[in-house]
Structures are given as structure tokens and as C-alpha cells.
Design a protein around this ligand. Structure first.
Ligand code: UTP
Length: 297
């Protein structure tokens, strides 16, 4: 008997249960996925990326203090009625189209923040045996043409292997990432080492927050012991699949900002302002004036 592989990926998991300690006190009551890049919350960019790539089921893994994420993607009839009554048509359409009607949102709960791998494992039942994408919203990505998730889905359709998005990181910063041990074949991954010492990093290819995973990742996650930082690490489960020759790396074509860190968030806002269709010019002039004032002191 032959089994046919499912190449069409319909589901995406958004682990959003992290505590966001690097953004305290902002994250006392507000999810770290909701601060905006200009006027759109970080999580919404990731959701739009998934929908644009053809995903029709969004699975959010949430925790305490994350109700606002659910509210953000929920219908808001009172607001819609108010916008309609005041003739604010553009805003009305924006609010209505937050998530296209044919796209379903599912919310599952991670009761204890035991790590990213544990958060993904919480989506097991909702994923229901299908291949699925994972997007970490705080990895904010700007890409001209296509998007990072679509690139991974294309790779998955070709090889049927788990796909991880990677970017080049030179120098000591590599120690902050899951690092690829290349297999020797183009794009092949022989292992993934979570947060190695910089001197022992097996390459300069860092795994970032976009994945397409085979459902057997859940088997690998189930038996996993806590890894780096005492957390259940997704990278450790991917490493098990990689050692069996079942993982490919896909080079990120866009620019990635680590919006889980304050500097990364600032940089994302700065670049978004400098590229904004409405006020790139005035914003650049403002920055220029500030720099000249600083230099004159
Ligand atoms: P981080 O490593 O950035 O952790 O998580 P964090 O708790 O969100 O933030 P800091 O380090 O305390 O500031 C990476 C991703 O994994 C999710 C986070 O929401 C983020 O998208 N995550 C992490 C969970 O969903 N659950 C966890 O238990 C841990």
C-alpha cells in the first residue's frame, strides 16, 4: 500500500504564550505581541504573512494576560457600527478585514510557560496530524516579493521535509540562536544546536522564527527533556528530525528584526518609518535634524 504525502499546508501555529520578561513592565498586563510597528500590532504582520502564503487555519497558543490577542482578531460589531455611522469607510473595511472570513482562528492554552517546544506541543490536537507552519511573531520580517512562510511552503512542497528559515549571523551573536550543522548537501541540515558557545557553533547559519514542521515533531517533543535555559526547546526536537536527515534550511530573503528585544524593536520602527509611503520623507528629515543637533552639541 502506498501512502500519499500531504503537500498542501493549511494550518499555522503562533506561539504567543511567552512571558516577555525583556519588555517588563510593558508586559505586566499587555501581550508582547501587541505593541505596534507604527499602527499595526506585531502579531498582525505575522498573521498577514501566513494568510498571504495560503494558510486558512490560525492556531494561537496563548497564556495568561493574552486575552487581548483574541479580542484583536475577533469581530467588533459595536466599533463597526460606530465607524459606519460616522462614515469612516476606510477604517470600517480595515476592521472588517482583520482576518478574511474564510480563515478560522483557534485558541489553545499553554498553562505553564515551559518553553517554545512545549508551546508548540500544546497545538498537537488542533494540528491533528497535518504538516503545519510555525511563526514567531516577535521575529518581524520585511521582504520584498513573496514572504518567508511562502518560501518554506515551497520548499516543503518539493522535498516533503521539515523546513527551517535561516539567516547568516557572524561573530559572537551566533550564541543567541539555534545553529545549523550543515549536512553537506545543498540546504541539508544534519543537526540544530540551541544556543552553542560562539567558539563551538557548527556554522554561521542561525534558525529564526519561521518553520514548516512535519506532524511527527510532536513525537520528538513528547519525550524531550528541558534543554537550554531549562526550557523545552523546539530546536532540540528539530535536531532529532535533522539527525534522521529530515530537515532542510531555507535562506531568509528578507530583513529580520528581533522585536523580542528593545533594540530590535526600535530598529524595526525606525526602518518602517523610513520606508513608510506617507511619511518616509518628513521622518528622514526629522532624524537628520536631530542628528545634526546632536553633532553640534
Ligand atoms: P522567547 O524566548 O522570546 O521568550 O520566546 P518570551 O518569554 O516570549 O520573552 P522573554 O525572553 O521573557 O522576554 C520565543 C517565542 O516562543 C513563545 C513566545 O511567545 C515567543 O513567540 N513562547 C515561549 C511560548 O509561547 N511559550 C513559552 O513557554 C515560551
Amino acid at each position: 500500500m502506498t501512502t500519499t504525502r500531504q503537500t498542501h499546508v493549511r494550518k499555522a501555529v503562533f506561539p504567543v504564550a511567552g512571558m516577555g520578561t525583556r519588555f517588563l513592565p510593558a508586559t505586566m498586563a499587555m501581550p508582547k505581541e501587541l505593541p505596534p510597528i507604527i499602527d499595526k500590532p506585531i502579531i498582525q504582520y505575522a498573521v498577514e504573512e501566513a494568510v498571504e502564503a495560503g494558510i486558512d487555519t490560525l492556531i494561537f497558543v496563548t497564556g495568561r494576560h493574552k486575552r487581548a490577542i483574541e479580542d484583536h482578531f475577533d469581530a467588533n460589531p459595536e466599533l463597526e457600527a460606530a465607524l459606519k455611522a460616522s462614515g469612516k469607510q476606510d477604517q470600517l473595511e480595515m476592521v472588517r478585514d482583520m482576518v478574511p472570513r474564510e480563515v478560522e482562528c483557534i485558541f489553545v492554552r499553554q498553562h505553564q510557560q515551559l518553553g517554545l517546544g512545549h508551546a508548540v506541543a500544546c497545538a498537537d490536537r488542533a494540528v491533528a496530524g497535518e504538516p503545519f507552519a510555525v511563526l514567531l511573531a516577535d521575529d518581524f520580517i520585511v521582504q520584498q516579493g513573496g514572504n518567508a512562510t511562502a518560501d518554506l511552503l515551497a520548499g516543503y512542497a518539493t522535498s516533503g521535509k521539515t523546513q527551517i528559515s535561516v539567516m547568516q549571523v557572524d561573530g559572537p551573536d551566533i550564541a543567541q540562536y539555534g545553529v545549523v550543522r550543515p549536512s553537506g548537501t545543498a540546504g541539508g541540515v544534519a543537526g540544530l544546536v540551541e544556543k552553542p558557545n560562539a567558539e563551538e557553533a557548527p556554522s554561521n547559519l542561525a534558525s529564526i522564527g519561521r518553520y514548516v514542521l512535519e506532524p511527527d515533531i510532536f513525537d520528538a517533543l513528547r519525550d524531550l527533556l528541558p534543554g537550554a535555559g531549562g526550557e523545552i526547546q523546539l530546536a532540540d526536537a528539530i535536531n532529532i528530525l535533522a539527525e534522521a536527515g529530515r530537515v532542510d534550511a531555507v535562506r531568509l530573503r528578507g530583513q529580520r528584526y528581533d522585536c523580542g528585544s528593545k533594540m530590535g524593536y526600535l530598529e524595526a520602527i525606525l526602518d518602517a518609518g523610513l520606508q513608510h509611503p506617507d511619511f518616509a520623507g518628513p521622518f528622514a528629515a526629522l532624524l537628520d535634524a536631530r542628528m545634526r543637533k546632536g553633532a553640534a552639541k
